[in-house]
Design a protein around this ligand. Structure first.
Ligand SMILES: [Zn+2]
Ligand SMILES: [Zn+2]
Length: 555
């Protein structure tokens, strides 16, 4: 007899940091209803995926199940949780739910994208509640590095789940309320079947320091600064923006906002009340008129993004903002893995101008928004789940979170992968099936499947360049003109100074002439013989193989 099952699957975010997308299903295997939690992106690094900006989860499974999806709930407004919506929502068109700040930030992001479709968001108040078929969802406030991060308590007829989202324990955040421990404990008292939780910092001992401590450090660093100060941080970290603004006011300095992403977030934060009581910020044009000891520039570009404000300032190419010897730049941030080189470029550019650069290497100017090990233990103690599934982490983070949960007495711990369909009840957890999952690349304005050969071919071209050959033959297999040979991205000459183009030309001719006459009438074997010869010969001279395209035209 078919029975109602409660299942979970991640289409992204497990085994990686980024691209978070979880689904929960309830019902008989063939007639399940689903809710989706989050729909985020990962950021691509240039070297691995040339020309690709973003990585999105492949939602073929959700498109298939679209009629049975009751809604998509956002835990918070970070790009790794909502960044894929503008591209993917039109393929789903399911009801979308978010708290006020997240909804406003999403709308501001959407409006900034040319040609983006209208996407309606239903607003759920902080601490609010949603009924979606068999799922009753409670939003529970948690502290994080953006306003309004929510853990979701999901009640179903088969048991209650806690999807933590991104969280930390911060008794003194600079905005919003601390993590709602009382509600989490109450949930634990009622009984929690499974906790699906943030593993980002599961390798870090202790507790993550509070935002209030960072605010104190910033206040001191800004007060003592002899001249201009620029601070860069994640644009969406409104609590940090607030801390900088208050530090500036204490030092009798004005805050100048530099960078569009920062302006966008500040506008949303003003509308939703997260900057109440904070002085108005000045626009970048005002910077030049303010005395050096009366200004703090709040800039985008903490990840070394080449088009962001700070990179342009470091290259002395910003239209409004310039720094010079004795000025101070504070990186109130931490490198996202993969961005270290780009950040180093910006830091070096600043140091070369005589600017003092302060990072979290020497001062407490940044803390993570994710729980360290003692915080994970607290959460487990409050919620006391029967099952724990580590999420939001790479393999190591998941394994550490799993080991910690076992040691903390969680009866059943399961590490799964993207695409695993996990049965949570009855008799869970059990990897019961697999659902289609994968990645999409945002390539220009198009979405392409990561399995497609496009990006592999592009990487190959970027490594070894290309030789393009055109041969015109008549139907007797005779060359009608000199072969056309073109090199793209190859060195000009070999170690003896012989031109690579002449080597390629000669090889083409030799390869053609060494073919027996009957084979010269077959365009395909001509092309293949020439291709092999050219690649082989150039590899001898260069120790690398280019891509080689041979076009044989029979005229
Ligand atoms: Zn987050
Ligand atoms: Zn996240």
């Amino acid at each position: 007899m078919a029975q109602n099952e409660l299942v979970f699957a991640a289409l992204g975010g497990i085994g990686e940091i980024g691209m978070n997308l979880a689904v929960y299903g309830f019902g008989e295997a063939r007639r399940r209803q689903w809710i989706i939690v989050d729909c985020g992106v990962s950021f691509a690094s240039e070297e691995h995926l040339p020309g690709v900006d973003l990585i999105l989860p492949d939602i073929a499974f959700l498109i298939e199940e679209r009629k049975n999806i009751l809604g998509l709930v956002l835990t918070h407004g970070h790009e790794d949780h909502m960044g894929a919506l503008i591209d993917l929502w039109p393929r789903l068109k399911v009801p979308l739910y978010a708290t006020p700040f997240t909804a406003s930030l999403f709308e501001a992001r959407r409006a900034s994208e040319p040609g983006a479709p209208q996407i309606p968001v239903k607003i759920v108040p902080m601490g609010g509640h949603l009924e979606l078929g068999p799922f009753a969802v409670d939003f529970i406030n948690v502290a994080h590095s953006i306003p309004e991060s929510n853990a979701l308590a999901i009640r179903t007829p088969a048991g209650t789940l806690l999807h933590t989202g991104d969280w930390k324990i911060d008794p003194t955040p600079t905005i919003g309320a601390p993590t709602d421990a009382a509600r989490l404990k109450a949930l634990g008292d009622q009984g929690v079947l499974a906790l699906i939780g943030d593993s980002t910092n599961a390798v870090r001992e202790g507790r993550s320091p509070s935002e209030a401590e960072v605010a104190r450090t910033l206040t001191e660093l800004i007060r003592e600064a002899p001249r201009r100060v620029a601070v860069t941080t994640f644009a969406s970290h409104v609590g940090r923006l607030r801390a900088v603004a208050e530090a500036a006011r204490a030092a009798e300095r004005e805050v100048v906002l530099v960078g569009r992403a920062m302006e966008r977030v500040v506008q949303v934060a003003r509308e939703t009340g997260y900057l109440d009581g904070v002085q108005e910020f000045r626009s970048a044009e005002a910077y030049g008129y303010l005395p050096p000891d009366k200004v703090v520039a709040l800039c985008t570009g903490s990840q070394g993004e080449p088009r962001a404000a700070l990179a342009r300032i470091a290259q002395d190419e910003h239209p409004d903002i310039a720094l010079s010897r004795g000025d101070r730049v504070i990186f109130s941030s931490r490198p996202i893995p993969g961005n270290e080189k780009a950040i180093a470029r910006v830091v070096n550019g600043l140091v070369e101008q005589g600017v003092e650069v302060i990072t979290d290497r020497t001062h407490l100017v940044h803390v993570s928004g994710h729980p360290r090990r003692d915080e994970l233990r607290d959460m487990i103690g409050w919620v006391r789940p029967q099952i724990l599934i580590p999420a939001h982490g790479e393999a190591l983070h998941l394994a550490e979170h799993a080991a910690l949960a076992r040691a903390a007495g969680v009866p059943k711990v399961l590490v799964c992968r993207n695409g695993d369909l996990v049965r949570l009840a009855p008799d869970g957890p059990q990897i019961a099936d697999e659902v289609p999952s994968g990645r999409l690349y945002k390539d220009g304005s198009l979405l392409i499947n990561a399995e497609a050969k496009t990006v592999v071919a592009r990487r190959r071209l970027s490594f070894g360049g290309m030789v393009s050959v055109a041969l015109a033959l008549n139907d007797k297999g005779q060359l009608m003109a000199d072969p056309e040979v073109e090199l793209i991205g190859l060195p000009e000459a070999d170690v003896d100074g012989v031109s690579m183009l002449s080597i390629a030309r000669e090889t083409v001719e030799q390869a053609f002439e060494s073919l027996p006459k009957p084979r010269r009438r077959d365009p395909q074997s001509v092309a293949e013989a020439v291709r092999r010869a050219v690649r082989g010969r150039i590899a001898e001279r260069w120790n690398k193989k280019p891509v080689c395209h041979v076009h044989v035209l029979v005229v």
